[in-house]
Design a protein around this ligand. Structure first.
Ligand SMILES: [Zn+2]
Length: 205
């Protein structure tokens, strides 16, 4: 083998190794980016809150503690507007056989019923625990102004209430989720949307 040929092979080999190394680096970076994206940072615990904040949060915590003694889960919520308690809620999933009977959902239902409104504008929610994806979504639908919580979703995971599992599922493609999802009959389903779009006296929300 001539020296030139040997050098050429060495150059090609070196380039190939460098190329494969860069591909591996990009793959690892992409994977890490996905991991970090699927595990959003939780809020840093704040030391700044008002005396009223502490009072309402302790109310939610007390509801959670008393609820444990009363057959419910360790979760409580209080909804406040203009310094006034509008509604409270406790987790009653097991006693009522209702998987949606979370503290925040119960409090939202009571508050909306009392106010005669499907919006809770200007309200602050004090929850003994960081809201799960269902409750967080409901709080967005209700349009609350502020959410305060005590325990974190990591604390909940430690006692086997794994909300992070659902947060992780939301990040996955449908094909990789634990619940099978199928999509069909879209043309027929769109009929109700066409009716809604054409309805002139609808209440938008
Ligand atoms: Zn919840």
């Amino acid at each position: 083998m001539s020296n030139e040929l040997g050098e050429l092979i060495a150059i090609i080999g070196g380039s190939l190794t460098f190329f494969l190394f860069m591909v591996a680096l990009i793959c690892v970076g992409w994977r890490l980016a996905r991991v970090f994206k699927s595990h959003p940072k939780t809020l840093k615990e704040s030391s700044k809150y008002s005396a009223d904040d502490a009072r309402f949060m302790r109310m939610a915590i007390d509801i959670a503690s008393r609820n444990v003694e009363n057959g419910g889960g360790p979760f409580g919520a209080v909804i406040v507007r203009n310094g006034e308690v509008i509604a409270t809620g406790a987790n009653r999933v097991v006693p009522t056989c209702d998987p949606t009977a979370h503290a925040e959902i119960s409090a939202i239902r009571e508050a909306c019923s009392k106010l005669g409104d499907f919006k809770l504008n200007g309200c602050t929610v004090y929850s003994s625990c960081e809201p799960c994806p269902m409750c967080l979504s409901a709080l967005y639908w209700a349009g609350v102004e502020r959410i305060c919580y005590g325990n974190t979703k990591a604390d909940a995971k430690d006692i086997k209430f794994d909300d992070s599992f659902i947060y992780d599922q939301l990040e996955l493609d449908y094909s990789r989720r634990s619940i099978t999802c199928n999509h069909f009959l879209r043309d027929e389903a769109l009929e109700s949307f066409r009716k809604w779009a054409a309805k002139e006296d609808k209440v938008e929300y």
